[in-house]
Design a protein around this ligand. Structure first.
Ligand code: NDP
Length: 470
């Protein structure tokens, strides 16, 4: 059977673009790609890239405050022009979108500016009804923000909407305690918006190292966000002056804008799954194996739609590995563990890789090397903001199991720490590296003795003894 394409990619985000470009450009495959919106996907158009630029913008007041501590008289940020920032941001996104499109075209990929759905195991259908056949189909449609399912939630916005707002709200509510909620609360607060964040748990960023979570939780409040823990909205109502929100602790408050950052779900709606033998996991993701191959041999999926590790670099690696495997005769699987990541808060970020202290202690014995201190730069300026540097080490073989950094530029630091840790290095390898002085990161190579040791057998024994004593 002859096909229109060797590969048809649905979705022009990080994973889809990489797979298409490698399959066509490096391996000469005939590739078509459909994208219904702007080329670049969530990360480039309404995620990582604009978000990080906004984080930089939101750093202004904190930087000016710090400089006042260094003797700069009257150093101030002035007023922030959302309009000026938006214009620059729009131009930057157009620039990036153009680069993505040009890269695909140069590789010989045919771009279809259209939504596409699966018609059968080798056929996709575009929005105008055109049907195209392909030997292989790659689904790379990503995820979409999910709202919590409460009355009036249609009055609430999602993170995508912030990038499109004509003007900033005066007072905003952020719902959630994950990556997006914490980063967007940091942005809005830094840009001068009165920001309330509500989270149903007792510390933000569930799933991260507890000590680091506690520091992030403290920082959000310390930098001026009205963070309310163990609180969740129950309904939204429009009023003459804004949006009234009822909370489950009986309180009620009013905002100009409400943003839901309550997670994301795989974007499989309307994808034509019913025309295929594809299966969904319990989280609604497309089920694939370690080669990103679905139970239908001609259909593969990468990125957030598979809900494995929902990060751009992972989607890119999955897309590239798929192309190498299927079109380059270079079989390559993606290692999903360990994967470093960062949460971009201000003034301190959270960078993390590997096991948390809680996970490491549940797994077996672990030595915890941890230092908490006030870094030179902000301490001099009069801030008592603290940094955390933590290494988790298996005492049996000295291997570093995890690293957690809460501090300025922790995202940059964790990227470098990720190299030896991914290689399987030991604490002795860290110790062998000479310190770079004076830096915050030197703490990673100068921590000599554990702050504490977890020994599960002993802890269990102690618990049993404690229970017997009661
Ligand atoms: P997360 O899953 O990280 O967080 C969702 C938050 O919403 C959690 O605090 C969760 O609470 C809360 N929540 C979920 N359902 C409800 C509900 N019904 N009512 C109230 N609260 C609720 O999702 P995000 O949207 O923050 O981020 C999505 C993904 O995007 C992340 O997994 C991440 O991979 C990626 N991302 C990465 C970034 C980075 O690398 N810097 C930045 C932004 C996003 P609970 O914890 O109690 O479940």
């Amino acid at each position: 059977m002859s096909f229109d394409y060797d590969l048809f990619v649905i979705g022009g985000g990080s994973g889809g673009v990489r797979a298409a470009r490698i399959a066509a450009g490096e391996y000469g495959a005939r590739v078509g790609l459909a994208e219904e919106s702007r080329m670049g996907g969530t990360c480039v158009i309404r995620g990582c890239v604009p978000k990080k630029l906004m984080i930089f913008a939101a750093s202004g007041p904190g930087m000016a405050e710090e400089m006042r501590g260094y003797g700069w008289q009257g150093a101030a940020t002035g007023t922030f022009s959302w309009e000026a920032f938006r214009q620059k941001l729009d131009a930057e996104l157009v620039r990036l979108e153009t680069i993505y499109t040009a890269g695909l075209e140069k590789a010989g990929v045919t771009i279809h500016k259209s939504r596409a759905r699966l018609a059968d195991h080798h056929t996709v259908e575009l929005a105008d009804g055109t049907r195209l056949t392909a030997r292989h189909i790659l689904i790379a449609v990503g995820g979409r923000p999910a709202k919590p399912g409460i009355p009036g939630e249609e009055l609430g916005l999602i993170s995508d909407d912030l990038f499109l707002m004509e003007e900033l709200p005066r007072r905003a509510l952020l719902v959630g305690g994950g990556f997006v909620a914490c980063e967007f609360a940091t942005i809005l607060n830094g840009l001068g918006v009165g920001t309330v964040q509500v989270y149903r748990g007792d510390a933000v960023l569930r799933g991260f190292d507890r000590e680091a979570r506690d520091m992030a939780t403290l920082q959000l409040s310390a930098c001026g966000i009205d963070l309310r823990l163990r609180v969740n909205p129950t309904r939204l109502d429009r009023t003459a002056t804004g949006i009234a929100v009822d909370f489950d602790d009986g309180s009620r408050d009013e905002f100009d804008a409400v943003f839901f950052a309550t997670g994301r779900t795989p974007y499989t709606q309307g994808l034509g799954l019913e025309n295929t033998g594809l299966r969904l996991t319990s989280s609604g993701a497309i089920e694939v194996d370690e080669w990103s191959q679905s139970p239908v041999p001609s259909i593969f999926a990468v990125g957030d739609v598979t809900d494995r590790v929902n990060l751009t670099p992972v989607a890119i690696r999955e897309g590239h590995s798929f192309a190498d495997t299927v079109f380059g005769a270079k079989p390559r699987k993606v290692r999903h563990d360990p994967v470093a990541s960062a949460v971009y808060l201000r003034p301190h970020e959270l960078g993390t890789i590997g096991l948390t202290e809680e996970e490491a202690a549940a797994r077996g014995s672990v030595d915890v090397y941890a230092a908490t201190f006030r870094p030179m730069q902000s301490m001099f300026a009069g801030s008592d903001a603290k940094v955390l540097m933590k290494l988790l080490v298996d005492p049996n073989d000295d291997r570093v199991l995890g690293c957690h950094i809460f501090g300025p530029s922790a995202g940059e630091m964790i990227q470098l720490a990720a190299i030896p840790i991914t290689m399987g290095c030991t604490k002795a390898d860290f110790d062998a590296a000479m310190a770079v002085h004076p830096t915050i990161a030197e703490e990673l190579v100068t921590m000599r003795s554990p702050a504490r040791r977890h020994r599960p057998d002993r802890e269990a024994g102690e618990m049993e003894a404690g229970q017997a004593a009661e």
